[in-house]
Design a protein around this ligand. Sequence first.
Ligand code: PMT
Length: 405
Amino acid sequence: MSHWKRNRRILFGITGGIAAYKAPDILRGWIKEGCEVEVILTRSAEEFVSPLVLSTLTGRKVWREKDFLSADEGWKIPHITLVDWAEIFVIAPCTANVLCMCAQGDGSTLLGAAMLANRKPLVIFPAMNSNMLQNLAVKANIDRITAMGHTVVNPDSGMLACGYEGKGRLPDNSVIYEHVWNALSPKKDLAGLKVLVTAGPTHEYIDSVRYVGNPSSGKMGYAIAKAAWYRGAEVTLVSGPVSIPRPEGVQIVDVVSAEQMYKACIDAAPEMDIIIKAAAVGDFRAEKEMKQKLKRREGEPLTVTFVQNKDIAAELGKIKKEGQVLVGFAAETEDLIANAKKKMVAKNLDMIACNDVLAASCGFASDTNTLMIMTNDGSEVEFSGTKDDVADSLLDAVIRKKNRE
Ligand code: PMT
């Protein structure tokens, strides 16, 4: 867990939709990461989730409607003190009624008054029946809240509690956490920039069921895409076939082969400010991809002729536009620096991140990595750590390079 995610102060507003029963589980995730959580529970939310469960998990009082302007607790002015204390205000689930209160500035409840007094990032997760979500009044309220600068996260689609199948589900906890981390990110130094990241392996099929691939899991590229999103970039992730969770907030282009990855990158490159090529691209493909499954003939070897795939990084190096920062990766097993520098020059890269793919806890599939990052103007810096932390450090180096352009 990146250091800046620890010990954050979260004000968690829970409103009266059936998804409120998920609130204790959402809250537990923050508590596990060492965050402090204060809860505001609306009157109708108390029908779905017990204040005692929530206060036991937070180790704090749960603020309820009865505490608003009340004789015994009102003097603590919770609608002011809570939002002053918090670093972020999260409302999940958020009913259509509370969306209306937020959009209209209705301060007649504890939650409503807190929203009025709030000056921190407000991240709202609507959850309701799909027809209600489509209601023009609800859509107008969401637009108005977004125009105020707050974040309203699209609900998921699926089976709803009312028996409908459609959009309106509270997103998975992982999605909620990602949007909260994005809002809490200490750096937004990539805001306004477009970033293209490639990740994962490519699969080069030799027949309908067999392919040549490599052990890339996509973790390094996905960590870079996530870190760039946290820091405000508009991220496009071109991903080979991987089985790790897809990052939130980025546009993902799924590809299988190197040829497909090449096309996706060439199409996207002209509008990109930064391109980071963490994918392990197959250098060769079968000259002829057999449509049927090749038959095994006892005692007979299988001979397949391979031809070279395009070097995507080198092709991007040929069309690099003014001010664009093109970053390659080098998967090396020996003479790391010399081999990586050769690739940087040969592909006309601005930077290259070199990792020793034979070293323990580095390279393919590991959760950690060590990157030696070199720029074409001679700077060299090395980072080790989780792939999330190393991704952040790589972006620091990329921004330093971009600012020197
Ligand atoms: O995905 P993980 O499991 O987290 O593993 C991460 C990683 C080890 C895959 C990653 O850190 C890494 O090293 N990626 C680059 C792997 C690779 O293909 O390195 P290379 O030295 O063969 O290629 C050099 C550069 O040229 C890379 O930026 C690569 O994307 C690019 N390339 C290579 C071949 C090709 N045909 N087209 C390319 O664009």
